[in-house]
Design a protein around this ligand. Structure first.
Ligand code: MLT
Length: 256
């Protein structure tokens, strides 16, 4: 198993308290959590780069294998139980973790994501983007995504940060992730099997994952949807204080 790259922030890791593990969105990397982490110094946080993104090596297979790699990476770091939160693609990976490694999870946070599968056209678009990323267009293929990732009035510095992260996305990782996301199954049932504290959060202007998607996950987990006003799909970048407050609350419930 290839170990993924992980990064540690906030309070010291303690053997008797699980860390908060944050899984990032497509096609960004773990740096997208910087502003959220900066306002929650009291929590021990680990971020992990998805396969092929940031400093992580690629992984053979799809999101199930990515979830295995997350579990293996945490085990190698001495973490056997964690509160895990994932935003969008990070949420898809968390759903695969819930299915394959439920014993690892002390709490779950699903942000701007969905448990349902893509419609056929959505899958076809993903496969087309994978091909284009591996061709002449390279990372430029994700540049137009900025309009669907952010809400209606993003701060200029957030827009600039996302533009920069999009430009740095490795084409091979873009292709891997799009193929992996196109192939993901519905994993709502895996959530219904969990009995741990949960957070389901959505930027109220998220153009990618609907309120109905979030309500389905919240209902499976026996919780309510938290909506963050004024934020789009990348809620953690647009409203880091609100998202951090919700994550701190999840962490407190999961470690009480
Ligand atoms: C993400 O933010 O990770 C992507 O929007 C996920 C997706 O394409 O479904």
């Amino acid at each position: 198993m290839n170990e993924l790259a992980w990064h540690r922030y906030g309070a010291e890791l303690r053997a008797d308290a699980p860390p908060l593990v944050l899984l990032h969105a497509f096609p960004l990397d773990a740096r997208m959590w910087a502003s959220t982490i900066s306002v929650m110094p009291e929590v021990p946080v680990l971020t992990i780069d998805a396969p092929g993104f940031g400093a992580s090596p690629p992984v053979e297979g799809g999101l199930a294998e990515a979830a295995d790699a997350v579990a293996g990476t945490l085990a190698a770091a001495g973490v056997t139980r964690a509160v895990v939160a994932g935003l969008s693609m990070g949420g898809y990976t968390l759903l695969a973790l819930a299915e394959r490694h439920p014993e690892l999870l002390a709490g779950v946070g699903l942000l701007d994501t969905k448990a349902s599968v893509d419609p056929p056209q959505g899958r076809a678009n993903r496969l087309q983007m994978a091909e284009a990323a591996l061709g002449e267009q390279g990372a430029q293929v994700v540049a137009p995504m900025i309009d669907t990732l952010l809400g209606q009035n993003p701060a200029e510095e957030v827009r600039a940060e996302v533009r920069e992260l999009l430009a740095q996305a490795p084409p091979s990782a873009i292709a891997w992730a799009q193929r992996a996301m196109a192939a993901r199954p519905d994993r709502l049932e895996a959530l219904a099997q969990l009995d741990v504290p949960a957070l389901v959060l959505r930027g109220a202007q998220d153009a990618t994952a609907s309120l109905a998607d979030h309500q389905a996950m919240a209902s499976a987990l026996g919780t309510d949807v938290v909506e963050v006003d004024g934020a789009g799909h990348l809620s953690a970048l647009e409203s880091p204080r609100e998202v951090a407050a919700a994550l701190v609350d999840l962490y407190a419930r999961a470690t009480a």
